[in-house]
Design a protein around this ligand. Structure first.
Ligand code: SF4
Length: 317
């Protein structure tokens, strides 16, 4: 029987509407982030921080990638992303350089933009092929209610960082805007956002909405018509997220979802139990758990301060 390799820092490749077959590299511990977005699909941030350090060892990440890439080639992007903010890892620049030595596969960075006002961080991303920063809002009050950032973060400074980054970065910038119904989709905010996008000058804007069950229950998606209307109000090249079902066609998520369901039908498990049992990165597990929770196929319960996921389809004997 073919055994699956244990990977701690890489996951996938997963089908991504923006990057095709994307091999994820997760370089901060689960939910270590400078934001705690209400729409986050990997759960609430447990370490809300701006501290930069080598959260996971560079050498281990590179070794894992080297082994993986020696066997698998059909990958469109190697993507630094994951269950938190990758630029919090202080060795991200060195990791990008090492990956470029290992392979010709382009490197993508998905970031919430929070540290782009730091010259050092902008410099560390220099060798990436594409950076996908996000900017959902322009107003500080909406920033605080939607992205729930670290208290010292100011949206104005983040926007300045994005403008500087555009001046310095020679490769592609695809700016993501995630829209939540009733929060950042009002005409006034969209108008302000359009003005800021003109200053940032990304290669393109990618409009997204809440596709998977979010961390907070009262968070709703825009429909395709509403997204198309906002698309017309923003400057430059603007793409709208393709329907979620198309993203799922890659098959990987479907199989993982089935494995999780089978496991939870046998016994209640924590996120970490599932991640270890199935040898899958916690971010991927969490995505599937939120989908299953949204469909009421599982529920979560706290026991001894640990969150257990439980199948609603059977009672455990
Ligand atoms: S969506 Fe991204 S930036 Fe927001 S809390 Fe989740 S990991 Fe952090």
């Amino acid at each position: 029987m073919k055994t699956k390799e244990i990977t701690r820092y890489i996951y996938g490749p997963v089908p991504s509407w923006r990057l095709g077959r994307s091999l994820g590299v997760d370089i901060v511990p689960f939910k270590t982030c400078s934001f705690n977005c209400i729409y986050c699909e990997t759960g609430r941030t447990t370490n809300l921080t701006l501290e930069r350090k080598e959260y996971v060892p560079k050498a281990s990440v590179i070794e894992e990638l080297r082994t993986f890439l020696s066997k698998r080639k059909n990958i469109d992007y190697i993507t630094f992303s994951g269950s938190g903010e990758p630029t919090l890892n202080s060795r991200i620049g060195e990791m990008i350089r090492e990956v470029k030595k290992l392979t010709n596969i382009p490197v993508a960075i998905v970031t919430n933009s929070s540290l782009l006002n730091k010259e050092k961080v902008r410099g560390e991303l220099r060798e990436a092929d594409v950076v996908l920063p996000s900017l959902d809002v322009v107003s500080q009050s909406l920033f605080e209610s939607l992205n729930r950032p670290h208290p010292s973060l100011k949206i104005e400074e983040i926007i300045e960082g994005l403008i500087e980054f555009r001046k310095e970065f020679k490769n592609k910038i695809w700016l993501e805007v995630l829209l939540v119904k009733g929060i950042n989709d009002n005409p006034e905010e969209i108008h302000k956002l359009a003005e800021v996008i003109k200053k940032i000058k990304p290669d393109k804007v990618q409009l997204n909405t809440v596709l998977r069950p979010p961390v907070e229950e009262e968070v709703f998606a825009l429909n395709q018509k509403e997204l198309s209307s906002i698309q017309k109000q923003l400057p430059g090249k603007v793409e709208v997220v393709r329907k979620f079902k198309k993203v799922l066609k890659g098959g990987h998520i479907g199989k993982l979802e089935m494995d999780i369901k089978n496991l939870l039908q046998r016994r209640p498990c924590t996120l970490s139990d599932i991640s270890h049992a199935l040898r899958v990165n916690p971010r991927e597990v969490m995505k599937n758990l939120t989908i299953l929770k949204g469909r009421a196929e599982i529920r979560a319960e706290l026991h001894n301060k640990k969150r257990y996921y439980i199948s609603t389809k059977r009672s455990y004997g």
